[in-house]
Design a protein around this ligand. Structure first.
Ligand code: FAD
Ligand code: FES
Length: 357
């Protein structure tokens, strides 16, 4: 660190069009006084559509708890896009993300990332983490939803002989099941860990409409702290089952469910009226409909928009409203006072809107 401060001072004395941070980044790609960065150390293909990217973060990163996620920034055609990714490495080890190719940013990460590349980062966050006190656990995951749970399993299972973990993971086919071999090895090695792979291509969807299906796979599910991560419909079904259980539960039931969502349902497509959106500081004006998040409107207009989860949970996209009103795409509520901070990822224009960006 001291060496870098000296270098920073020396760099600032040089007369050059480059800022001192830019000179330092020539020596060390993860150095930046303004933006946390990480350098990719290894890329491991997982399935045909997914890969794990290991990186060494620079100063400002905090060690992650098993199950947490981080915002990752990637530059595509000169525009920086931020997405959230769960950290799949165990707590206490260098971070890694496991990305499934679903759209432009994830495709770039899975297909084009190589060792030495620099990622833009924000520190880990999230409360989808292991319980404070040991409890028998039931993990329900589907597709890429295995990633935060894999961090928990890697953290817990090899190090805690008193742990008791059942994982039910669904994927379309064995070839699509991320971490399948490692999970099988862990289950062979540690009797307190049981893994059930459910392949929807062979057996259809895992049925959560009643407790019977789950009971067959994990008879004592009511005595376990459950964690679920996967697509919307999978999580909605699990939520409904646990809600029904809580409503009729025996006093002895200890069923709890903690959910991590990677995407959220927005109302959209209702044909609401939008308006002219003005990005004051960026000097851009664009006509927007009443169903498109202002985050997308700004990005499409080339405005550098702050963002994170893109689903209303992390508050990274807050921008002060100067004038006008917005529609909350989750609730359909129209609101807005001058100076109010709005979440652009879940707000659409409801008439003309001026934003302080
Ligand atoms: C807290 C959090 C943790 C996340 N962790 C991971 C992770 O560990 N690995 C990972 O691959 N992705 C993860 N995601 C999703 C990730 O942030 C991106 O949304 C995803 O990579 C798609 O981005 P894109 O730009 O490629 O495609 P976009 O064009 O932005 O999105 C393509 C479509 O895919 C939908 N989508 C996003 N994620 C999923 C999903 N998991 N299943 C089905 N549809 C989805 C989007 O809603 C959109 O409709 C996480 C998201 C959040 C909020
Ligand atoms: S980007 Fe996370 S709340 Fe909007």
């Amino acid at each position: 660190m001291i060496r870098f401060r000296k270098l920073a001072r020396a760099a600032s004395l040089l007369t050059t069009p480059l800022a001192p941070e830019d000179i330092l980044s020539l020596f060390n790609p993860v150095y930046s006084a303004r933006q946390l960065r990480g350098v990719v150390t290894r890329v491991v293909p997982e399935t045909a559509d997914s890969a794990t990217i290991f990186f060494r973060p620079g100063r400002g990163w905090q060690a992650h708890l098993a199950g947490q996620w981080a915002r990752i920034g990637v530059e595509l055609d000169g525009v920086r896009h931020w997405r959230s990714y769960s950290l799949s490495a165990p707590a206490g080890q260098d971070p890694a993300i496991t990305v499934t190719d679903l759209g432009a940013v994830s495709a770039a990460l899975v297909r084009n990332t190589k060792p030495g590349d620099v990622l833009f980062l924000a520190p880990p966050q999230g409360d989808f983490v292991l319980p404070e006190h040991p409890r028998p656990l039931l993990m329900l995951t589907a597709g890429s939803g295995i990633t935060p749970v894999m961090s928990m399993i890697r953290t817990l299972v090899p190090h805690r002989a008193d742990s008791d973990v059942v994982l039910i993971h669904t994927a379309r086919t064995p070839a699509d099941a991320i971490f399948r071999e490692e999970l099988a090895e862990l289950a062979d090695q540690f009797p307190h860990f049981r893994v059930i792979h459910w392949f929807t291509g062979e057996r259809g969807r895992l049925d959560f409409s009643s407790a019977a299906g789950l009971e067959q796979l994990c008879p004592d599910w009511r005595q376990r702290a459950a964690y679920a991560c996967g697509p919307e419909s999978f999580l909605d079904d699990a939520e409904a089952l646990w809600e029904a259980e809580t409503a009729t539960a025996e006093p002895s039931s200890e069923a709890t469910l903690t959910i991590e969502r990677f995407s959220t349902k927005l109302a959209g497509g209702e044909g609401h009226d939008g308006g002219l959106v003005t990005f004051e500081a960026s000097d851009r004006e664009v006509e927007a409909d009443g169903d498109t998040p202002l985050l997308d409107v700004g990005e499409d207009a080339g405005v550098l928009m702050p963002s994170g989860c893109r689903m209303g949970i992390c508050h990274s996209c807050l921008i002060p409203l100067r004038a006008g009103q917005v529609r909350d795409l989750r609730t359909d509520e129209v609101h807005g006072e001058p100076g109010q901070l709005i979440q652009t990822c879940v707000s659409a224009a409801a008439g003309p809107v001026n934003l302080d960006l």
